[in-house]
Design a protein around this ligand. Structure first.
Ligand SMILES: C[S@@+](CC[C@H](N)C(=O)[O-])C[C@H]1O[C@@H](n2cnc3c(N)ncnc32)[C@H](O)[C@@H]1O
Length: 262
């Protein structure tokens, strides 16, 4: 496994849930310069349901499922859902929410770079809210091959990522990404490296009067580049949509890439 570009455990922790799953936090962990409308849970499930032709009983993997908002919603709609994530804190929250919703989801701790020895186990894979592109490019491409291994032939993948044209139009060198009523806040400084297409963020987390810093990185993709990566990883019929499920346009906040496993 290659060296990490950032410490995911420091990023996806209890502080993250404090800001992005609190009722007054707006709900959507966009954490780029684009602050879109809330786009998890029901609205995301509606789009996924339509774009992936989901049906009750289908086996769905939510890869990098976070605290399970989409996984739990798809399970509530009758899918047989597995959620995999590397964050124990997020998985605990996901399991608790699933129990409260009385839905059955298999939550698994894991790393998307080396997925369990599942072969053709799933009808669908979802990967939501910019949960792809955290590694060097060879490793990012390896994640796509891992996804193809888990899907049955004809199975389909949907990935929700930043939409590059809108992202760049909205770029700012810094911003306050979240501010809660009690004064807790996230302040981000941004750096965009055109040679790697990596968006690098230095974040200051201010909570209960104490500050700590962390960094994280994500790869930005124009649709044609990710389409070609998918095609090279065993997918066909790669298509791009916006957050409303319509064909991708520059003014969409989000890019939803849908691909079929050969
Ligand atoms: C931006 S969050 C998105 C979470 C969720 N999909 C959602 O829509 O809310 C990215 C997720 O990727 C997970 N993650 C980061 N690195 C990972 C890895 N190597 N393997 C599996 N999950 C990882 C994080 O723990 C986090 O839950």
């Amino acid at each position: 496994m290659t060296a990490d570009l950032f410490n995911a455990a420091a990023m996806y922790d209890e502080d993250y849930l404090h800001f992005f799953s609190a009722p007054d936090a707006g709900g959507a962990p966009t954490h780029g310069p684009v602050v879109g409308t809330a786009y998890t849970g029901t609205s995301a499930a509606d789009v996924v349901w339509r774009l992936l032709d989901l049906e009750p009983g289908m086996r769905v993997l939510d890869l990098a499922c976070g605290h399970g908002v989409l996984a739990n919603e798809l399970a509530a709609r009758g899918c047989r859902v597995t959620g995999l994530d590397s964050s124990a804190v997020f998985l605990d929250r996901a399991r608790g929410d699933a129990a409260a919703m009385a839905v059955d989801v298999e939550y698994v701790a894991g790393d998307m770079r080396e997925l369990p020895p599942w072969v053709a186990r799933f009808d669908r894979v979802v990967n939501w809210t910019t949960a792809f592109g955290y590694f060097d490019d060879a490793t990012n491409r390896g994640v796509l091959r891992e996804i193809a291994r888990l899907l049955r032939p004809g199975g389909r993948l949907a990935m929700d990522l930043d939409n590059l044209p809108k992202f760049l139009m909205s770029y700012t060198p810094s911003r306050i990404t979240a501010r809660l009523d009690n004064g807790d806040l996230l302040a981000d400084r941004h750096h965009l490296d055109p040679l790697t297409a990596r968006f690098e963020v230095e974040r200051t987390v201010v909570r209960d009067g104490r500050a700590r810093k962390l960094t994280f990185v994500k790869r930005l993709f124009a649709f044609p580049e990710l389409r070609d990566w998918c095609a090279a990883s065993g997918f066909t019929d790669v298509a791009g949509y916006g957050e409303d499920g319509e064909p991708l346009r520059s003014d969409h906040d989000r890019m939803v890439v849908v691909a079929e496993c050969a």
